[in-house]
Ligand binder design. Structure first.
Ligand code: AMP
Length: 308
């Protein structure tokens, strides 16, 4: 069983009320891979970087068993760069800069060795690139999960609508769901988005957890209350990596298993916030992940007897 991941591999510069970084390694695909590698042995990465990107970071991905044949390195060009500043609540942020650089004319090539990928995670990047990746797969994968953001809703809405029709699960945050649907009520927004293509919608609500919508059913996964949140960048991508990682590992795409998937997603997102960038994700083990899953279970389990 293998998982194909496409998304940005990038440099980020982050400001939070508690600190500021220079350019550090980030990108949607980077976070997804580091989260999903705990669950999946064969991860096939498709992305692009410039020759300013540290080769040691690529070697680290390879050392953890990830395949990078589909990661193009463009000579003389610069990697995708994103910069953001978080507000005091750490749940909302302003984008200060998005420099597409190598992403602007990226033509993804899915290597032959990736073509049997059963699970596909379309991480956040240009919708046209997400489409180009899907079009190269000779067999419809067992499950296609897609993430996107307001940037692409503002700039590439037609292609975004097209890729939405090609996927099974969409993961976006509550504000993006409102923008995509034009509905303020999150329930109405979900209902509308489920007519746009995806059969399942995961709506992330930052520190307030995440909702999973399917037909008329809805399930809630809390976010673990953390003492210190250093940097929420990539939390959404780690959520997606934990979610699809669990589904791919168990090869079970039922709604019940997706419920467990968003619990794993929530746990991976919580680790991500504890340090800047991918630092914390590199340290944790499956034992740490399982301990935290138990904490989530304790958080929401209670006995109740209904009295008249
Ligand atoms: P998240 O906090 O989960 O939304 O993900 C943040 C990551 O997404 C950062 O590491 C950025 O490099 C990356 N990112 C930011 N803007 C974009 C964009 N427009 N397209 C693709 N990736 C982006």
């Amino acid at each position: 069983m293998s998982l194909l991941v496409v998304g940005t591999v990038a440099f980020d510069a982050i400001e939070t009320p508690f600190g500021k970084t220079d350019k550090i390694v980030g990108g949607a695909a980077t976070y997804i891979c580091w989260a999903a590698q705990h669950f999946v042995d064969k991860i096939n990465l498709v992305s692009v970087v410039g020759d300013d990107f540290p080769l040691s970071e690529i070697a680290e991905l390879q050392n953890r068993g990830m395949r990078t044949d589909g990661l193009q390195i463009k000579k003389g060009e610069k990697s995708f760069f994103w910069s953001g500043r978080y507000h005091m609540d750490m749940n909302t942020r302003d984008t200060l800069a998005t420099e597409l650089n190598v992403l602007a004319d990226f033509d993804p090539v899915v290597p032959e060795s990736y073509l049997d990928s059963e699970f596909v995670m379309l991480g956040n990047l240009t919708p046209q690139i997400q489409i180009r990746v899907l079009e190269q797969l000779p067999v419809r994968p067992k499950l296609v999960v897609m993430d996107t953001m307001n940037f692409w809703m503002n700039t590439e809405r037609d292609s975004l609508d097209r890729v939405l029709r090609m996927v099974d699960v969409l993961t976006i945050n509550d504000e993006e769901a409102r923008q995509l649907s034009g509905e303020y009520s999150l329930v109405k927004a979900a209902r509308k988005i489920l007519t746009m293509g995806p059969k399942y919608l995961v709506m992330k609500k930052g520190e307030h957890g995440a909702l999973l919508f399917y037909e008329n059913q809805v399930f809630f996964a809390p976010a673990l209350p953390l003492e210190d949140v250093y940097d929420p960048t990539g939390a959404g991508d780690c959520f997606a990596g934990g979610f699809i990682g669990h589904l791919a590992h168990t090869r079970d795409i039922s709604f019940d298993n997706m419920k467990r998937g968003i619990i794993y997603g929530s746990v991976l997102a919580s680790f991500c916030c504890e340090k800047f960038g991918i630092e914390r994700l590199k340290q944790i083990t499956m034992k740490d992940i399982h301990e935290r899953v138990e904490e989530v279970v304790d958080l929401v389990q209670f006995d109740i007897s209904l009295v008249d």
